[in-house]
Design a protein around this ligand. Structure first.
Ligand SMILES: [Zn+2]
Length: 399
């Protein structure tokens, strides 16, 4: 009642200072501008709004308390207001919703924050931190470069922004730790070019000797464009499916020409046979050379392939120093020709002289065979001078 009297007194004072025209103008202006009575709200020493009735404040208080999420809303601390009757214009009156926001802004223990829920349960609540952005970075951390990636959390993850009691706010590290532990499933669609190795075929030619090898057509790797769906769980691959595989270019088969012919000594190669004082160790035209001295494998002599039983001639006069089985040499004989010169005849099917016997150039001392480490009938022939092996070829006219 006291407030009303004050109001009436004010109006009377104002009326007394106006003329009739002024009064009429005032009435018109009240009608047209909507001047009305209201209550100034003094809150924490500050005039924050004018409301139509004090009940608007009660309604705002309920709205403010209700807007606080989680925790016990009874813990929301709101100060008591004081009201003062005043005149104002209707459209300047503050409604309960706006007033509720003002109360929240001025509350000591209410914070605007983001709540993170995992499977419907509150996992963290933080203010001044962009939770959505951090969640997006968590989703992207297992993306495959160059692929189209789409990720989701295995658990149901939700966020909501709003007002929370300060006591329910977690520090940022806690929230980050919760988000870092969320399992992420990533589906990546990756297209990449895969090399398809070329194959090699051999083309045999009798026009070239064994060991000859030449690339006729160079091989070229093919390229396939493969698109795969790759599913990972926390970066660990759990599924890979080929979606498409198109040939960009087919491989080109490499063709290598290899020789099959065995070496044959020519007449000119044989003609120097006697110049060294040696005769040829086999009947002429009965042999072909299948391996030369050295031959990339430290071959100590020459191999002369001939039919089994072909006579082996001693190349110069001398004395048999050994005749018998000699390991890899099979049946083998060594003849000493004097002046430190010795010759060896190996893989024989039969030895016809014994150690200590004298032999003369052209004597048949053994027969061709394939004993010891040998893959076919042949004579392995060596020349040794003072215990060192030399290429026998020039001594028997093989060049
Ligand atoms: Zn040999």
């Amino acid at each position: 009642m006291a407030k009303k009297i004050i109001l009436e007194n004010r109006i009377l004072v104002k009326i007394s200072s106006f003329c009739l025209v002024g009064l009429i103008a005032l009435i018109i202006s009240i009608g047209t501008t909507g001047v009305t009575v209201g209550f100034k709200v003094d809150y924490k020493g500050e005039e924050i709004a004018v409301i139509r009735e004090t009940t608007v404040f009660d309604s705002a208080k309920i709205l403010a308390v209700d807007s606080v999420k989680g925790g016990n809303s009874k813990n929301v601390k709101l100060s008591k207001p004081s009201f003062h009757l005043t005149l104002t214009i209707s459209n300047r009156l503050t409604d309960d919703k706006s007033l509720a926001n003002m109360l929240i802004d001025r509350a000591d223990n209410i914070v605007y924050a983001t709540e993170l829920k995992v499977n419907g349960k509150t996992a963290a609540c933080v203010s001044n931190f962009d939770v959505e952005e951090y969640l997006n970075s968590c989703l992207a951390k297992y993306n495959i470069d160059g692929a189209e990636n789409s990720s989701e959390f295995v658990d149901k993850v939700e966020t909501q922004k709003g007002y929370f009691l300060a006591e329910n706010i977690d520090n940022v590290d806690t929230a980050v730790s919760v988000m870092d532990k969320l399992s992420v499933k990533t589906v990546s669609t990756l297209t990449s070019d895969v090399q398809v190795p070329f194959s090699t075929v051999k083309e045999k030619t009798s026009a070239q000797v064994i060991g000859y090898s030449e690339v006729k057509t160079a091989g070229i790797n093919g390229v396939n464009r493969v698109t795969e769906k790759i599913v990972t769980l926390n970066g660990v691959e759990s599924e890979r499916t080929e979606l498409s595989n198109e040939v960009v270019s087919s491989p080109v088969t490499q063709v290598v020409v290899v020789g099959t012919a065995r070496s044959v000594a020519t007449a000119s190669q044989r003609k120097v046979a006697y110049s060294q004082g040696f005769i040829f160790p086999l009947p002429k035209s009965s042999y072909i050379v299948t391996a030369y001295y050295g031959d990339g494998r430290n071959h100590k002599g020459v191999d002369l392939a001939a039919d089994a039983g072909t006579p082996i001639y001693v190349v110069k006069d001398g004395t048999v120093v050994s005749s018998g089985w000699d390991g890899n040499y099979g049946y083998s004989m060594i003849v000493d020709h004097g002046n430190g010169i010795k010759t060896r005849y190996s893989h024989a099917s039969k030895l016809l002289y014994a150690a200590g016997e004298k032999v003369y150039a052209g004597n048949t001392i053994a027969l061709v065979g394939t004993t010891g480490m040998s893959t076919g009938n042949h004579l392995h022939f060596e020349v040794m001078i003072n215990g060192v092996n030399y290429d026998p070829a020039p001594y028997i006219g093989l060049g």
